[in-house]
Design a protein around this ligand. Structure first.
Ligand SMILES: [Cu+2]
Length: 259
């Protein structure tokens, strides 16, 4: 590769007449696909997500759908430019020349860092606001449930009633606030009740408290472990029954507790 050759390539970097404006084309494709993607993701998200049953789960679902909608243009930006370059600037034979050398473009770099910076800042503020709202709206005197994860099951203790669940299931009174205090006996587990919008790490030697949540629909739900914790991780599943007050009271008594 001679120097002259390189110089020629550099000279041809400025757009030649008749050459389509590739940047504008790629941006149009990206914008159109982004709009289509977001238009599909929003209704699909609310259709796919299972029905929730608590005061927290709606804001959870909203965050999930919003973050998906935000991620679509970001991901498409990468894929569209990659795909466009691979198709339009394809060289069939083995290239005999170097590509056009990249020149620093401060405007592009500052713009890119600015946009991603603003996106990250937005996510931080959004998350903090959600935390704040949960903390402010938290009702007083919840039912406390001490949750212990171990390989590979969950156990549940109700200290206010002096009862421990004998069947490794959680019974919850409907429309009463509840707080989970979660720990682990061995390795990291993840305590999650999707229907209630609850998800927290179960750390060995440490107790983590979930936000106070109020189940608002009688029904059967599930606790799953959401942290890969060993061979039988996927069997680490327990039932959650949201029941009316009197059923809850008699269940507590049947588990050796007092109301
Ligand atoms: Cu686990």
């Amino acid at each position: 590769m001679s120097i002259t050759n390189n110089d020629e390539t550099t000279a041809s970097a400025s757009p030649t007449p008749g050459e389509p404006n590739h940047l504008r084309r790629a941006i149009i494709i990206w914008a159109v696909l982004s709009v289509i993607g977001i238009a599909i993701a929003i209704p699909l998200g609310s259709f796919v997500l299972p029905a929730g049953a608590s005061s927290l789960v709606n804001s959870d679902d909203f965050s999930l759908i919003m973050l998906t909608a935000l991620a679509i243009p970001v991901a498409l930006f990468v894929f569209v430019f990659l795909g466009y370059s691979m198709i339009v600037f394809r060289v069939k034979e083995r290239p005999t020349e170097d590509a056009i050398p990249l020149k620093p473009r401060p405007g592009l770099q500052i713009g890119w860092m600015g946009i991603t910076g603003v996106l990250c800042l937005f996510l931080v503020i959004y998350g903090l606001m959600a935390f704040y709202q949960e903390a402010v709206a938290a009702p007083a005197s919840p039912v406390i449930i001490q949750v212990t994860g171990q390989q590979w099951l969950w156990t549940f203790h109700y200290p206010q009633y002096n009862a421990s669940s004998q069947e490794q299931a959680i019974e919850l009174p409907v429309n009463r606030p509840v707080e989970f205090q979660v720990t682990s006996k061995d390795v990291l587990h993840g305590f999650a009740i999707r229907a209630l919008g609850i998800r927290v790490d179960a750390n060995p030697g440490e107790t983590t408290t979930t936000p106070i949540v109020t189940p608002n629909q009688v029904g059967d739900y599930a606790v799953v472990c959401v942290e890969l914790c060993g061979l039988y991780h996927s069997y680490m599943w327990s039932a959650v029954h949201v029941v009316d007050e009197s059923t809850f009271d008699s269940w507590i008594v049947s588990q050796g507790g007092h109301t």
